[in-house]
Design a protein around this ligand. Structure first.
Ligand code: 13P
Length: 250
């Protein structure tokens, strides 16, 4: 019922020629399996060039962030229609790096969420606790708050098409993956939160990806868990061989 989604977040890496080479190499390792979805999220300037490489392959294109207004005097920002014109269908929202480094608040994340949904694109909402929050026993509370805040003003039909990525901050770029059990438990908790907000159908239908040091060695074990519907991959998505192995997980 929930189609697995394997997504690569390239973060601030790759020039345009490098991005095109990487996209070509990933495409070469893609089996075109219709039972799973694959998404690449390159930096903004690489979107259109990568889109030209992906063509009709079925691999989808996503942005790493956006500005919630349609247009105007917002120097340096990129709008939803700009992303659409570059070939995007998905947008990552509320990544922990955006929250921590660029000061994105829960309410700004909610505005971005509504902007993506009202433009009929798919948001990948990132949530996740810090190590200090986990040690203090606050992980579930923090994640519940982030999910509820981002869903403010989001109706049931929009919630159904949204994707959530649980990315514990302590697992991002550290090589320390959450165990499959830790991730599955938090995903089940997120389903309970969604159930409280929207009811059982949304709780059962929304795809929840895990992110944080996913690689070609741990992906199979993570994907065996019933509540894990895919992966949002950082570092390992920059290596074509690793990412190809991840998208072809067993
Ligand atoms: P890493 O896979 O490098 O830990 O990054 C995860 C991430 O932040 C994906 O959005």
């Amino acid at each position: 019922m929930r189609k697995p989604l394997l997504a690569g977040n390239w973060k601030m890496n790759m020039t345009i020629p490098q991005a095109q080479d990487l996209a070509r190499a990933i495409l070469a390792g893609f089996r075109g399996d219709t039972g799973r979805e694959v998404l690449l999220c390159p930096p903004a300037v690489c979107l259109s060039p990568v889109h030209r490489i992906l063509g009709q392959s079925g691999i989808m294109l996503g942005a790493q962030t956006l500005h919630h207004e349609a247009s105007g005097a917002y120097t340096g920002e990129v709008s939803l229609e700009m992303l659409r014109s570059a070939g995007c269908t998905h947008v990552i929202i509320g990544h922990s790096e955006r929250r921590a480094i660029f000061g994105e608040s829960d309410s700004l994340v909610a505005r971005k969420m509504r902007a993506v949904l009202s433009g009929r694109m798919v948001p990948l909402l990132c949530v996740g606790e810090t190590l200090a929050e986990r040690k203090a026993g606050q992980a579930e509370e923090v994640v519940a708050r982030q999910v509820s805040a981002a869903c403010a003003g989001v109706g049931t039909s929009d919630a159904l098409v949204s994707v959530i990525a649980y990315e514990p901050v302590w697992a991002i770029g550290t090589g320390e993956t959450a165990t499959p059990e830790q991730a599955d438990d938090m995903h089940a908790h997120i389903r309970r939160v969604l159930g409280g907000l929207y009811g059982e159908q949304v709780a059962d239908s929304v795809r929840i990806l895990y992110g944080g040091s996913v690689n070609e060695k741990n992906v199979d074990e993570l994907m065996k868990k019933p509540n894990i519907d895919g992966a949002l991959v950082g570092g390992a998505s920059l290596k074509a061989e690793s990412f190809a192995r991840i998208i072809n997980y067993k």
